[in-house]
Design a protein around this ligand. Structure first.
Ligand code: DON
Length: 319
């Protein structure tokens, strides 16, 4: 039976109740085996489709896990949210809004048509066009320096050093003609000031960083905590940047399904094609899930179900 949506409460229930509900959410969604593993990046197709991890990190630093919450997978599009936050921190709200935009395209994450329909504007930082434009905005004298800043920044969100999956990177770099086309099209429209193919390469590396569901929960909790990582105590971005990032995720984090996601779950989130989803409950905590089978928009089926369960059971819905 479907859990009812509970009115948001001021704080999470006690440690033991959260621990139990994370296990319940995992058990509930484990019964679902719909969806298909992404195969347009060949290396992703080789993953065990049964893997399933769930984690909640609270803003007081408590981390709860169930199932395969410590199994590493590539972060993919979820990186877009955190690179966006790093760029907002450097360039500010107005400049990033003008350059990259904040509106949903209503089209798939890798759509070229969306760029053409909008006069070359990348529209938002969560689709590939906007993410490549955002990566190109990370201030750096070289692509290597840009990559280093992104790896350091995402590691600060996670509270541990994140490493590249070389096989996923090579597999995507060999097959990402569409992203290279998107980068070059943005250059043709004057929307990228650096070498677009170098920007696509750094973007491909950021997507290949390895995380776990528990890492995603902590990364989400850092945004929930106004930019301070609740496990390490380090400030990663300002409170206003954390807020701006969450506003963009609410409208664009699940692509053309963002409206349905907000309607069902009532929280900002971001998905990736390896099967991860991060979700943020401002002031309360982050949810990280991982299960490789995806729906037709590229969002983890079990991950969405477990997140909906937790949003409802923990009273996280912001509305
Ligand atoms: O650029 C790509 O296609 C991948 N590196 C990331 C796409 C992705 O994760 C879409 N998400 N659901």
């Amino acid at each position: 039976a479907e859990l009812p949506i509970r009115v948001s409460t001021g704080s999470l229930p006690g440690w033991e109740a959260v621990e139990r509900l994370v296990l319940d959410a995992h058990r509930d969604a484990l019964a679902v085996s719909d969806g298909v593993v992404a195969d347009y990046i060949p290396r992703l197709a080789q993953v065990d489709p049964e893997l399933f991890g769930v984690s909640v990190a609270e803003v007081d630093g408590a981390v709860h896990t169930a199932g395969d919450a410590h199994v590493a997978f590539s972060i993919q599009s979820i990186s877009k949210a955190f690179v966006y936050a790093l760029v907002c921190e450097e360039l500010g709200h107005t400049a990033v809004r003008e350059r990259v935009g904040v509106n949903n395209t209503g089209l798939a994450f890798n759509s070229v048509v969306a760029i053409e329909l909008n006069g070359g504007h990348p529209m938002n930082p969560m689709v590939n066009a906007g993410a490549i434009a955002t990566t190109a905005l990370v201030p750096a004298a070289s692509p290597e320096e840009r990559w280093g800043r992104i790896q350091d920044g995402l590691s600060a969100f996670a509270g541990r050093r994140l490493e590249l999956d070389g096989e996923v990177y090579t597999s995507e770099a060999d097959t990402n003609q569409r992203n290279r086309a998107i980068g070059t099209l943005l250059e043709a429209y004057g929307r990228i000031d650096t070498d677009p193919l170098a920007a696509v390469d750094v973007y491909t590396r950021q997507c290949s960083l390895l995380v776990t569901a528990a890492d995603l929960a902590v990364m989400g909790a850092t945004l929930a905590d106004g930019g301070v990582n609740p496990v390490t105590g380090d400030r990663v971005v300002s409170a206003s940047v954390a807020r701006d990032t969450l506003a963009v995720l609410a409208s664009t984090g699940l692509y053309e399904r963002s409206g349905e996601w907000l309607f069902e779950i009532g929280l900002p989130g971001k998905s990736g094609v390896a099967g991860g989803i991060v979700t943020v409950s401002p002031g309360k905590g982050g949810i990280g899930v991982f299960s490789p089978r995806l729906d037709s928009a590229g969002n983890s089926v079990r991950g969405q179900r477990a997140t909906r369960y937790l949003s409802r059971a923990l009273g996280l819905d912001v509305f």
